[in-house]
Design a protein around this ligand. Structure first.
Ligand code: COI
Length: 380
């Protein structure tokens, strides 16, 4: 394993160059427009995909853009047996002048490198990660929708595709990027959601993979997510695996609490919480508004007591897919915190508005968070 990582951590080699083979069966403009009119989330995909191969001997090579299509995987591919897989999620936004931008892609590149280290996968240099995003938008830019609150969701992922059943870090890996036009993640748009407390399950434990964006974490959330849905809730909340008293995160999102009107609190990064790019950006925007931001331990008791006393005024979830989604109520067996019919909080919606205004180019990008994806000079 150490040999694999040593051979692939940030290297001196030149940036990858991509070959482009256009699809021979791309959808017509009319077919594409019909999909973009009601994109939903994660159910339609563009005409192309990016692939980059990696082997222990050659490192990263053969970067290419080809028609979107099924992967050919040997049934003994290690990812199918030992889940050596990581992924990322970021979005391409169309601005009013037609240009296409993405948000803090270097943060996703760095997080993917951290996830890779944890899952004993090779690190893709950040410049190649960002170029892979530019490449897919260069061929499939027409798939970036322009209606309010829509975007092209970009899903880079990496899998161990060596044909080998021994349990060790794979010597053969594939990196891919697929793209999917997206509307709101939750059915019902940005309306406040109910959240289910997964009292019997943990998402991550000490020393585990909680901070990595790996498929296994999400697989483990699916059974409690079913329980959440059966109880009329949109997402599941996990407590820490050790004491079962502290708030960790939702199945696929971080969580924030507004105290009064001037303090924003979120669980600190413990190693079992995903370091969300949206989480980080919201903390910055809150500081810019003069709010006090606290990253610290938050217990379930504090949530219950804070809502009861009025100290906690708003709760919301955030992530690339969910953006900022108000949480009306936490439910569990014998537990209800908050009012299921509560309207979206004012501070929640103001932060959401500011974040999306920056992402969609409606207000100045004062932190330099945007990267243009479609400009000719960005292809250098
Ligand atoms: C994201 O917000 O991008 C996520 O990865 C959450 C979920 C769609 C898996």
């Amino acid at each position: 394993m150490s040999q694999t990582i040593a051979a692939t951590a940030a290297t001196e080699r030149a940036p990858l160059t991509f070959t482009v083979t256009p699809s021979t069966h791309a959808r017509s403009a009319a077919e594409r427009e019909a999909i973009l009119a009601d994109p939903g989330f994660g159910k339609n995909f563009t005409d192309h995909m990016v692939t980059i191969d990696w082997t222990l001997d050659e490192g990263w090579h053969d970067a290419r853009v080809t028609a979107y299509g099924p992967l050919m995987l040997d049934p003994a591919s290690s990812v199918l047996h030992y889940a050596q897989e990581i992924f990322e999620g970021l979005k391409a936004y169309r601005h009013a002048d037609g240009s296409i931008w993405t948000f803090r892609p270097e943060k996703n590149a760095e997080r993917m490198q951290r996830s890779a280290r944890r899952l004993a996968l090779p690190e893709l240099p950040a410049r190649d990660f960002i170029e892979s995003i530019k490449q897919i938008v260069a061929v499939d830019g027409d798939w970036v929708p322009s209606a309010p609150e829509t975007s092209l969701y970009l899903r880079p992922f990496m899998i161990a595709n060596e044909t080998f059943l021994g349990v060790r870090a794979a010597h053969k890996v594939g990196y891919y990027v697929i793209a999917s036009p997206a509307g709101a993640y939750f059915h019902g748009g940005v309306a406040p959601v109910k959240i289910w407390l997964a009292a019997d399950y943990s998402r991550a434990g000490r020393g585990g993979t909680g901070a990595a964006k790996c498929g296994g974490n999400y697989a483990a959330s699916l059974l409690p997510q079913m329980e959440a849905n059966e109880n009329g809730c949109a997402q599941v909340l996990f407590l820490d695996g050790e004491t079962g008293t502290r708030i960790d995160e939702l199945g696929g999102m971080n969580v924030f609490f507004v105290h009064g009107t001037d303090t924003l609190v979120t669980p600190r990064l413990t190693g079992s919480i995903l370091e969300g790019v949206t989480r980080d950006s919201i903390m910055q925007l809150a500081r810019d508004r003069g709010m006090t931001v606290e990253e610290r331990e938050v217990t379930l008791d504090e949530w219950r007591d804070g809502v009861a006393s009025g100290a906690i005024t708003e709760v919301f979830a955030c992530g690339t897919a969910a953006v900022v989604t108000p949480i009306a109520q936490l439910k569990g067996k014998d537990l209800e915190i908050g009012d299921a019919d509560a309207p979206a909080g004012e501070i929640t919606m103001a932060i959401r508005q500011e974040l999306t205004d920056i992402q969609y180019g409606r207000r100045p990008d004062r932190h330099g968070w945007l990267t243009r994806l479609d400009a000719p000079e960005s292809r250098a």
